[in-house]
Design a protein. Structure first.
Ligand SMILES: NC(=O)c1ccc[n+]([C@@H]2O[C@H](COP(=O)([O-])OP(=O)(O)OC[C@H]3O[C@@H](n4cnc5c(N)ncnc54)[C@H](O)[C@@H]3O)[C@@H](O)[C@H]2O)c1
Ligand SMILES: [Zn+2]
Length: 358
């Protein structure tokens, strides 16, 4: 078995272990990260039927006492009711700070379970077991936890780094093509930030055959950014490429457009806007848009400019009269651009029109 490990020096430091067929090693890896303890596994209703019993069996065989909590799958569950359900469950099961919470699922399970672990008893350890490509390449690493509020996405959360991330890439074999594409969107985003070596896999390569390598590269890149700026004060904000418009699209759709699809549209919009405003090299926007489309992702937003601009202006990344936009100058070179909010609508507008043939 080819296993890759990436060490992340944030929080207390932790290891991300990635590989096909990793499941039988989960017990040993969890023991390394948390010692003998009780484990509360949190998952959603889809992942429950696929992986809960195999994971429970492996952990019990390794000597862990396991309890489980399952909530309805989907972004609609990333809310205070689910958070409260998890917290009450942890309390009823008398989990202590010597024990460990485990998030088995995609980004929704990871975000809300991480939040619960970050505030239960003022912080208990948690381990991420990502089961979507998006969670594997992005959300399971970095310690951002969240839930959505009525006023917007990810408006409540804590920074709380996991104690380990265990990624069996065989779990990704059961993803629908849409959910796989969601993860590709965040991985392509990472490629635009990191450079050609990663980006070109999505541009021309055989993505499915290179998943463990893609996951390890995305995690290593994100890890370096998180190590440099754990609390999102500077360079970490570049990971929000495509997210200002992406979050606006999620809000406009009432969260029926998934995060990855929304980020793809958001990246296409900001890439086009950058080209129109002369902020990126010739051909960069076309290349990003073509690559998104090649990976089954949408590249235009199904909303009007006033709808998108309105939703984008309520983004929490706005600080006072400016908003930080991430501009892709070329593949491997993105910069933060502080933008007056009264210019945002025009920028989004520039990104919604087709590019002229050049
Ligand atoms: N914390 C972070 O740093 C961070 C980063 C990026 C995204 N996010 C968040 O992640 C969320 C999106 O994550 P997601 O795309 O994983 O969504 P998700 O967790 O809703 O999973 C998508 C769907 O796939 C199902 N599923 C999960 N694993 C499966 C498997 N192996 N086989 C078949 N089906 C499976 C789920 O039940 C769900 O229906 C958003 O809320 C986003 O805001 C967080
Ligand atoms: Zn994202």
């Amino acid at each position: 078995m080819d296993v890759k490990t990436v060490r992340i020096r944030a929080g207390n430091g932790y290891t991300v272990t990635v590989g096909g067929g990793l499941l039988p090693s989960f017990g040993a890896l969890l023991k390394e990260a948390a010692g003998p303890c009780r484990v509360a596994v949190v998952t959603d209703t889809n992942v429950e039927g696929l992986y809960l019993e195999p994971v429970r069996a492996v952990l019990e065989t390794a000597g862990f006492e396991v309890c489980t909590f399952v909530f309805p799958a989907g972004e609609g569950s990333k809310n205070v009711n689910t958070l409260s359900g998890i917290l009450e469950f942890l309390a009823e099961n008398r989990l202590t700070r010597a024990d460990c919470v485990t998030a088995l699922g995609g980004g929704v399970v990871g975000d809300v379970t991480g939040f619960a672990a970050g505030c239960f008893l003022r912080g208990v350890r948690y381990v991420q077991i990502p089961t979507t490509l998006l969670a594997a390449v992005d959300s399971s690493v970095g310690g951002k936890t969240a839930m959505d509020l009525k006023a917007g996405k990810n408006l409540a959360g804590v920074f709380h780094q996991p104690s380990a991330v265990l990624c069996d890439t065989d779990f990704l074999n059961t993803l629908s093509s849409e959910t796989f594409a969601d993860g590709a969107a965040e991985a392509i985003k990472t490629g635009v930030l990191a450079g050609e070596a990663l980006f070109s896999v999505f541009e021309t390569g055989d993505v499915r055959s290179r998943i463990p390598e893609i996951v390890a590269e995305c995690v290593a890149f994100k890890g370096r950014i998180v190590e440099a700026d754990e609390f999102d004060a500077s360079v970490r904000q570049t990971l929000n490429l495509g997210h200002t418009v992406g979050h606006a699209i999620e809000v406009c759709s009432g969260y029926t457009v998934t995060h990855g699809h929304a980020v793809a549209m958001g990246m296409a919009v900001i890439a086009r806007a950058s080209a129109r405003l002369g902020l990126c090299e010739r051909g960069v926007a076309e290349c990003i848009i073509k690559t998104l489309a090649r990976n089954g992702l949408p590249v235009s937003a199904p909303y009007t400019l006033p709808e998108l601009a309105d939703a984008a202006l309520s983004d929490k990344k706005r600080s006072g009269d400016t908003i930080s936009l991430v501009i892709p100058r070329r593949i491997g070179d993105c910069v933060l651009k502080k933008t007056p909010i009264n210019e945002l609508a025009a920028i989004i507008g520039a990104g919604m029109e087709d590019l002229p043939c050049r």
